[in-house]
Ligand binder design. Structure first.
Ligand code: NAD
Length: 286
């Protein structure tokens, strides 16, 4: 069965819209700022859907595009936004240019405005089992899994891709549910061991960014498959999982229309959480 990510996102957004309307009724408009230091087609898709969602929710959304900045200048921009009380959430679009290290952002970004869960504090809290703002992609995958198969206890989960904003935070969320999690990456692939891990998975999540990486022979019959990858194929967007897998698994998320819309919904859910925390409305603590 193909999972309808747009429908899942729509129900999250509808609830969120009501809450945002309520909390911003005093005239305090919630504001999200997105910074782009490079320009990447994968993230343009993400940004377009962010703008559409912001308009629907009544959130102020501003994007800034910079080119050829030094790390020092980038740091200054992030610090100014950290200090700006009218800005409640900051998105740093990836990938960054080679001169700018991800650590610069994760070290400087105020964890209270870090709606993508990239900061040192938010990543640390998550790994201690005390999540505050968590990667929206990881939250989206987790939400889809809990919707499809609420009992994760003891399930074999294989994640393909070990990045700080997808594979690793998702592994942390699943470990908290007592799933048995294998996190694989490029070295697993290069050493020829990837299918050994994918074939044993009750739940398989691919977030590698490589089209047709996951073929039918690599998937256990009846598995739940989440395809996070975004790849460009002859003017179309495709995931990491080949079409033939659909006939073998129980559930699969399509690309586009699967994990992507749910990710955007969780970005804005994080934004509301960040806003409430900054206003001292919620009891969310560090
Ligand atoms: P990344 O480049 O930071 O990380 C990719 C990970 O995949 C790395 O751990 C790498 O070792 C691993 N990998 C690469 N090739 C592999 C292979 N052949 N076999 C096994 N592992 C391999 O990328 P990212 O930011 O984590 O994003 C991954 C993919 O997910 C990209 O296509 C990105 O566009 C997409 N993405 C989608 C969403 C969404 O909401 N749908 C959100 C974020 C990222």
């Amino acid at each position: 069965m193909i999972v309808d990510g747009k429908a899942l996102a729509a129900s999250i957004l509808e609830r969120l819209r009501r809450k945002i309307k309520y909390y911003s009724s005093s005239g305090d408009k919630i504001k999200l700022v997105s910074l782009n230091f490079k320009g990447s087609s994968a993230y343009l898709l993400y940004q377009r859907s962010q703008r559409k969602t912001a308009d629907y929710l009544g959130v102020d959304f501003q994007t800034f595009h910079y080119r050829n900045l030094t790390g020092k200048k980038v740091g200054k921009i992030v610090e100014e936004l950290n200090d700006n009380s009218h800005v409640h959430g900051i998105v740093i679009e990836l990938p960054l240019p080679p001169k700018i290290k991800f650590e610069l952002i994760s070290d400087l970004l105020d964890y209270r405005k870090d709606v993508e869960g990239a900061s040192v504090v938010n990543q640390g809290l998550l790994s201690l089992g005390r999540p505050f703002l968590v990667s929206p992609t990881a939250l989206a995958c987790f939400h889809i899994l809990k919707t499809l198969s609420p009992q994760l206890y003891g399930k074999n989960v294989t994640i393909v891709g070990a990045s700080s904003l997808v594979g690793k935070p998702l592994a942390q969320l699943l470990l908290k549910e007592m799933a048995t999690v294998s996190v694989t990456h490029i070295a697993t692939f290069k050493s020829g061991n990837l299918s050994r891990y994918t074939r044993q998975a009750d739940i398989l999540i691919s977030a590698a960014g490589k089209q047709e990486l996951i073929t039918k022979d690599m998937v256990k019959k009846g598995a739940v498959v989440l395809d996070v990858g975004i790849n460009h194929k002859r003017g179309r967007i495709v995931g990491d999982v080949s079409e033939e897998v659909r006939r073998k698994c129980r559930y699969i998320t399509p690309v586009p229309g699967g994990v992507g819309p749910v990710t955007t919904a969780f970005l804005f859910s994080n934004l509301l959480k960040a806003f409430l925390n900054q206003k001292g409305i919620s009891n969310v603590k560090r």
